[in-house]
Ligand binder design. Structure first.
Ligand SMILES: [Zn+2]
Length: 341
């Protein structure tokens, strides 16, 4: 299994382009390269940070992206990181978010890279897991990577998953100016990338040795939420990929991480275990339809998106697994009782 990452971060633009060049963009790109190279799940050679000539045109970016997408095999992960300016023109046919490249001009959509081309190339890659991290204005408008009708035979097996992690959730515009609350070089990066890289570089206290998609999202969200500098919170859209899918190494020393929790017994303990995106004990839970029903009902009551997604996933498992009407009734009664109670 090999992982491949491509970092696209145009930091400089023509003087008359009307687009500001930011050192924070270039610093973020370098840090992604450094952090991924130091991560044993990625390592030297897995991450390509495109240079200024490669990010000068849309064709230059797409040529590099195509190489990485074509090289990825069915066991691989393909990660694309974009840091730069984002724009959206509602009057273009099939309007899409557009990414700036070094030769882009303000107000001239044809000089930008449509995210549609990035999505198309990523979708056609054979990689098992495809992840796009987008740190730019309008990233809140980026759709899921896998939500278009799939052409049979083109996209391969159904277990392929996609994830889009965006700097913005509610706002249209992201501030590029580095967050002064971040340590050292990370303060020179854009705020979202700085916080994300901080999580990747330091790790989290979670007992898991690898950072899953869910753990990364929650850690970055939490850190940006409590940061003295006000930030919008990031957004993650998953398609088939699971929150329990590992993407990075947890760099926190194991002695500084929390103890692995004991095997859950009560529904509340199960919810805590599942919230840490550990699938390893899910089989045991599903063996008990009543307990599964209680856990799904508890998760449903939690207001946050993460809990609802886990509840939906367990519910889908339960629906396919409890083929015996008796088992299904035991599960469903508990869900209903708990939801009413
Ligand atoms: Zn901050």
């Amino acid at each position: 299994m090999a992982s491949r990452a491509v970092v696209i971060a145009p930091a400089r633009y023509a003087a008359d382009s009307g687009i500001p060049g930011y050192s924070w963009i270039g610093a973020s790109a370098r840090m992604y390269g450094e952090v991924l190279t130091g991560d044993p799940m990625w390592g030297p050679g897995a991450c390509r940070v495109l240079d200024e000539s490669q990010v000068h045109t849309a064709a230059g970016v797409m040529a590099e992206l195509q190489l990485a997408a074509d090289a990825a095999g069915p066991e691989d992960t393909l990660l694309v990181v974009y840091v730069g300016h984002g724009a959206y023109w509602g009057d273009l046919p099939g309007a899409q978010v557009h990414f700036s490249v070094g030769s882009s001009y303000d107000g001239k959509p044809w000089t930008w890279l449509s995210s549609w081309y990035v999505y198309r190339t990523m979708r056609r890659s054979r990689a098992r897991l495809k992840v796009l991290i987008a740190d730019c204005c309008r990233s809140n408008l980026l759709p899921q990577l896998g939500d278009e009708p799939l052409l049979p035979g083109v996209l391969g097996e159904l277990d392929q998953g996609t994830c889009v992690l965006t700097a913005l959730r509610n706002a249209d515009h992201a501030s590029a100016e580095g967050c002064s609350a971040l340590p050292g070089e990370l303060a020179e990066c854009t705020p979202f990338s700085g916080h994300l890289l901080n999580v990747l570089r330091t790790g989290t206290q979670d007992h898991h040795a690898r950072l899953t998609l869910g753990l990364v999202r929650d850690a970055v969200k939490q850190q940006m939420h409590v940061c003295p500098t006000p930030h919008d919170v990031p957004r993650m859209s998953l398609n088939d990929a699971r929150e329990s899918t590992p993407l990075f190494t947890n760099r926190m020393a194991s002695s500084a991480r929390n103890q692995r929790p004991r095997r859950p017994v009560e529904a509340e303990q199960w919810v805590r275990t599942l919230r840490s995106y550990d699938d390893s004990e899910l089989e045991e839970l599903l063996a008990d339809p009543r307990k599964t029903g209680e856990v799904v009902a508890l998760l449903h009551r939690e207001a946050d998106e993460g809990s609802r997604l886990i509840a939906q996933r367990i519910d889908a498992e339960a629906n396919s697994r409890y083929a015996e009407p008796h088992d299904f009734a035991r599960y469903w009664n508990r869900v209903q009782q708990a939801l009413r109670g």
